[in-house]
Design a binder for this molecule. Structure first.
Ligand SMILES: *Cc1c(COP(=O)(O)O)cnc(C)c1O
Ligand code: SF4
Length: 348
């Protein structure tokens, strides 16, 4: 199997019908296509609702762009003081050394910015980004994002990690990646060695379906965890991919069973042409509510939404605090929906 990067190859692989090719070329000319062999191997071409294909195979539904969708759905541009840096919160910044990914997710919130043509930071731009981080002592954490930072060669990645490791006020280096799921063989001993640092290096794996966590991916993640790197997971809530209780539960359990802690469940962002992936917030809350009590606390992600404009992530999970009564008592709801009175303290 070879990597798929255009609609003709999709047709050859039996993933799209020939009569859709013309429209799909229009989709692919705007948003990059990439399906790695590891991902393709998880697709059942005979299943029209395949959850892996739905994430990665372009669809004519992407040509329907709604008026409330934005090219910069989470407002990154307003928070970019130098090229490659997004500085929204005082204590942490995103550093985006590359725009390239192993796979291009059809729902990606940065779909206008990622792709094989998008250039990486030049050496001078990387110097300027690192100088920005060095200058601002409020910055405690650098989050390598992109694009996918694990697409960089171990040499380039290792250089960035070493230079960050040398910045005194940083406590944590975090790497957001889909590579262990999309191209597990890339996570070899050399790449893992490139991630070694004196500071804490945390990995956040992007995974949306238990089928992505097959043996090669579990082995790739084990190489990271065994090297002492804590691994978290982020999942995008996607209609037709993981928006039902059993699928979500299987994903979360599989993650925890491979030593990965679910961190965020993201409400799908308002990226152009992604309306077919978005569920309602009420449906998302019902799913998350259903997890409480039913699966281990280790499996519970925090359900968050990014608002357009760049205000940041907002937790939108269900609340179990129902009301505060006048006599200091508070009504709380347990996982089975039963209400209880809790004698809260007043005024402190
Ligand atoms: C998501 C994001 C972060 C990280 O937020 P956490 O809640 O710490 O995971 C940091 N900076 C920007 C610009 C972000 O979009
Ligand atoms: S791997 Fe991440 S950045 Fe790349 S296309 Fe998928 S969601 Fe977007």
């Amino acid at each position: 199997m070879k990597r798929i990067s255009d609609p003709d190859q999709l047709a050859e692989a039996g993933l799209v019908p020939a009569e859709k090719l013309e429209a799909l070329h229009r989709v692919a000319s705007r948003w990059a296509v990439s399906i790695t062999p590891a991902m393709q191997a998880r697709i059942d071409p005979a299943d029209p609702a395949d959850p892996i294909a739905r994430q990665l195979v372009p669809s004519v539904a992407e040509l329907a762009i709604a008026s409330d969708e934005r090219e910069d759905p989470i407002g990154d541009a307003a928070y970019s003081p130098v090229k490659g840096i997004t500085h929204r919160y005082p204590d942490r910044v995103l550093l985006k050394p590359t725009h390239t990914c192993a796979v291009y997710c059809r729902f990606c919130f940065r779909r206008e910015a990622v792709g094989p043509g998008g250039e990486s930071l030049s050496p001078a731009e990387l110097d300027a980004a690192l100088a920005y981080i060095s200058r601002d002592e409020r910055i405690w954490e650098v989050i390598l994002s992109g694009g996918d930072p694990l697409i960089l060669s171990p040499r380039r990645l290792g250089e960035i990690v070493r230079r960050l490791d040398a910045i005194g006020h940083l406590g944590v280096i975090r790497v957001h990646t889909r590579v262990p799921a999309a191209e597990p063989e890339r996570v070899d001993a050399e790449l893992v060695a490139a991630l070694r640092a004196n500071k804490a290096v945390w990995i956040v794996l992007h995974a949306n379906h238990a089928r992505e966590l097959d043996e090669p991916t579990r082995a790739a993640v084990a190489r990271l965890v065994d090297a002492g790197l804590p691994v978290l997971a982020q999942t995008v809530l996607l209609a037709g991919v993981n928006d039902d209780p059993a699928t979500l539960e299987a994903l979360l359990r599989a993650l925890v069973a491979m030593r990965v802690k679910p961190y965020y469940l993201h409400h799908a962002d308002l990226a152009p042409g992604t309306g077919h992936f978005r569920s309602s917030i009420a449906a998302g809350q019902a799913l998350v509510r259903g997890l409480r009590g039913r699966v281990s606390g280790l499996c519970q992600p925090s359900y968050v939404l990014d608002v357009p404009g760049g205000a940041g992530k907002i937790p939108i999970g269900p609340s179990y605090l129902r009301e505060s009564l006048a006599d200091g008592k508070t009504v709380v709801e347990d996982w089975q929906g039963k209400l209880h009175l809790y004698p809260d303290v007043e005024g402190r």
